[in-house]
Design a protein around this ligand. Sequence first.
Ligand code: S3P
Length: 171
Amino acid sequence: MKNIILIGFMGTGKTVVGRRLARILKRDFVDTDAEIERATGKSIRQLFAEEGEARFRSEESILCAKLARQEGLVIATGGGIVLNPQNVDRLREAGILIGLSADPEVILQRVGLRGNRPLLRGGNKLERIKELLRERAGAYDVAEFTLDTNFGTPEQNARAIVDYLRERGYI
Ligand code: S3P
C-alpha cells in the first residue's frame, strides 16, 4: 500500500488535511516536522536558532530516506522538503505525491501570528511569503495532483483528495 504524501508551501494545510485524510482512510499519520522535533528533542524554531537551517535540512533528508522504506502512511511534509532533489526522488519512490496550494494572503492568515516558522520571521510576513513562493516556483509541481485549499474546510479538502485517489484506483 503506497504512502500518500502531502507537499506544499507552509500554511497550505498539509498537517490538518493530512490528519483528516489519515482518519478517513484509517491509516497512520506522520508529520515530518513533528518527527524531527521528536528525533532532535527540539522545536523547529529552536533547532533553526541553535543549530541552523542546514542541520534541519539534514534531519529532513534522513527522515525522507527512512519514510521511503515504510508503507501505508499518510505523510505531511515540511514546505521545504522538495527543494532537495534527492528528497523528491525518495518521496516519489515512497508514494503518491499530492500537492496543496493556497494564496499568499490565506497562507498569512493561517501562519499568522504564530512565530514557529523560522523562515518567515522578521520583516513583512506577506512580502516574505510572496518572495519565498517566487523563489520556489515550480518546486511543488512534482505533485501528480494539486488541490487549492483556499476555500474548503480541512474535511472537504481531505474528502477531495480521497475522491482523487478513488478515481485513480489508488484506494
Ligand atoms: C519550512 C516549512 C515548515 C518547516 C520549516 C521550514 C519551509 O513546515 O519544515 O519551518 O522551508 O517551507 P510547514 O510547511 O509545515 O510549515
